[in-house]
Design a protein around this ligand. Structure first.
Ligand SMILES: [Zn+2]
Length: 89
């Protein structure tokens, strides 16, 4: 998997974790930017995956489904903390 727009160290990674040890397993994580950004980063696929999509011909679906392998995604990041706000392929 190739991940465009990945960083060695994003700005949010230097934020301190504000979770106490006793709440670290509780969900949802409140008031801790570090952990919420960390969770979002971990939800990004790190390995190739396949999707099924309708086959198109001249902008019309043919009625068939094809399988496409996704080997590259692009991350979208917030301006302030460089946190992952989404990704696309
Ligand atoms: Zn935390």
């Amino acid at each position: 998997m190739k991940i465009n727009n990945s960083l060695d160290v994003a700005r949010w990674e230097s934020l301190d974790c504000k979770c106490g040890k006793e709440v670290i397993d509780s969900f949802p994580i409140k008031d801790c930017l570090h952990c919420s950004f960390d969770q979002r980063w971990k939800s990004v696929p790190q390995k190739d995956f396949t999707i099924k999509e309708p086959e198109m011909k001249n902008d019309k679906p043919t009625g068939k489904t094809i399988t496409r392998e996704i080997k590259k995604i692009t991350l979208h990041r917030g301006d302030r903390y460089q946190d992952v706000i989404g990704w696309s392929y």
